[in-house]
Design a protein around this ligand. Sequence first.
Ligand code: 5GP
Ligand code: ZN
Length: 113
Amino acid sequence: MTDCLFCKVVDGTIPATIVERTETTVAFRDIAPVSPTHVLVVPTRHVADLDEAVATDPGIAADLLTQCARVAAREGLADGYRVVINTRSDGGQTVQHLHAHVLGGRPHAWPPG
Ligand code: 5GP
Ligand code: ZN
């Protein structure tokens, strides 16, 4: 998609600190981290949100979650971590390209805000 921020990160038009690329995902550091480790994992294929991914191909969601766990291991989050997928307005989604936040390096409270 031409006018999508995270498609531009995927194709390199917008620079980002890349953590790891796979055939189906790109992991990169969030520009405004809220935890010592804050990595975003996105599918290389443009889908707007989790529902669109599942409707298009559930494998997109499976690959995304698998890669979140691999990124957490790579980042050394042995004490645990949180994966967040904000979805549309009530979920607090601000970028309309599916992404998972991998948060770690400190305890995370529950419930979230
Ligand atoms: P959302 O609120 O949609 O779940 O999360 C969007 C995330 O994207 C936010 O945590 C925000 O800091 C991050 N973000 C927004 N613009 C950029 C950018 O240009 N580069 C990177 N690396 N992260 C971004
Ligand atoms: Zn996109």
